[in-house]
Ligand binder design. Structure first.
Ligand code: NAG
Ligand code: NAG
Ligand code: NAG
Ligand code: NAG
Ligand code: NAG
Ligand code: NAG
Length: 284
């Protein structure tokens, strides 16, 4: 509401501004009555899906102790049917779009605590897009929108291969999409950066979307730590290997890009409409 007020300067003299503000104070409760419901806060979290796997589209709302009154609706921009609907403690899938059949669920036992997140199984590349999470409870209703991104990512395995021309490291990750960049870092125990030359190849997997990534680092020396870094616009994964004369120590890490974004919104459509009419009503 503050946002709407800031955008709308009264089009007449400042003398009437007080009257304008005063009327708003009286109109707001009327708005709630007209809308029939108060608004509740709903939050959606930017979410990421790994092709072929299961994933969660995050959404939370102000909890309500009466399960019977809670309705959750998930919709996707550009898709005619619903993604998922849950009402009175049960799924209602009559209006579900065929695209999502058999692949969705809400966490029924968590709904009472304000968790409206959607589980999506067998994620497809085409599932990416804008999703809306709408929730209605006895206290009111609200909705929030999230951007869902899809791709493929996996942790790499790094191993040492003995060759005739010195040892070679091999870094291999089974599934990536879009095509990631691969780089290596090499540090001696003394902390100096070692020169290195890598050779990376990409191989299309059987489902024709994801790529198998293989990178070789030749001429590896002992007493050094090598890290293979695989990165695209959705994820960054690293594989470490520390090579000494006597032992090999490994480590891996996978981190997803940009998962902190959160969108918050609550809808009051009837009130927006009233506020927009206000200048007109006052000038009559
Ligand atoms: C909702 O519950 C599911 C299942 O316990 C969990 O994986 C998910 O992180 C929860 N979502 C939120 C936003 O709390
Ligand atoms: C590699 O060569 C070293 C000696 O140079 C040997 O100890 C080691 O077992 C070899 N590893 C493999 C996998 O062949
Ligand atoms: C990269 O590795 C492949 C497979 O081992 C090999 O055929 C190719 O010659 C290598 N290229 C370079 C520049 O080392
Ligand atoms: C992958 O693409 C190849 C050629 O483009 C095609 O022959 C094959 O049927 C495709 N496989 C799948 C699973 O779509
Ligand atoms: C491998 O390393 C040795 C010394 O560490 C160096 O003399 C040689 O040029 C290197 N070979 C390649 C192909 O980088
Ligand atoms: C690696 O470090 C060990 C112990 O510090 C040392 O004995 C060995 O000579 C070193 N090897 C190389 C190739 O520098």
């Amino acid at each position: 509401v503050a946002l709407v007020l800031a955008k709308m300067q009264p089009p007449w003299g400042s003398g009437l501004a007080f009257l304008y503000a005063h009327c708003l104070a009286f109109l707001m409760p009327a708005c709630f009555l007209l809308a029939g419901k108060r608004s509740i806060s709903v939050k959606a979290l930017t979410s990421l899906g790994n092709i072929g796997q299961r994933s969660v589209l995050g959404c939370t709302f102000e909890p309500d102790i009466w399960m019977g009154s809670i309705a959750i609706r998930w919709a996707k921009a550009g898709v005619a049917g619903l993604v998922h609907e849950f009402q009175g403690g049960k799924d209602h899938l009559q209006e579900q779009d065929a695209l999502f059949q058999g692949r969705t669920a809400v966490f029924a036992d968590q709904v009472i605590g304000g968790n409206a997140s959607l589980e999506l199984r067998d994620v497809q590349l085409s599932d990416a897009g804008t999703y809306q999470c709408s929730v209605t409870t006895a206290r009111g209703s609200g909705a929030a929108v999230l951007q869902y991104r899809t791709g493929a990512f996996s942790t790499p395995k790094v191993r040492v291969e003995n060759g005739s021309s010195g040892d070679t490291l091999q870094c291999e990750a089974p599934r990536w999409f879009p095509r990631p960049a691969v780089r290596w870092t090499a540090y001696s125990d003394a902390g100096e950066c070692l020169p290195h030359v890598a050779n990376t190849s990409y191989e299309l997997n059987a489902e024709n979307i994801t790529l198998k990534v293989v990178s070789f680092l030749r001429n590896v020396t002992a007493n050094a730590t090598y890290t293979c870094v695989i990165e695209n616009n959705i994820a960054k994964a690293t594989g470490n290997i520390k090579v000494t004369d006597f032992s090999i120590t490994r480590g891996t890490n996978l981190q997803l890009v940009n998962l902190n974004a959160e969108s918050v919104s609550s809808s009051l459509p009837a009130c927006h409409w009233m506020l927009l009419l206000l200048p007109y009503l006052l000038s009559v």
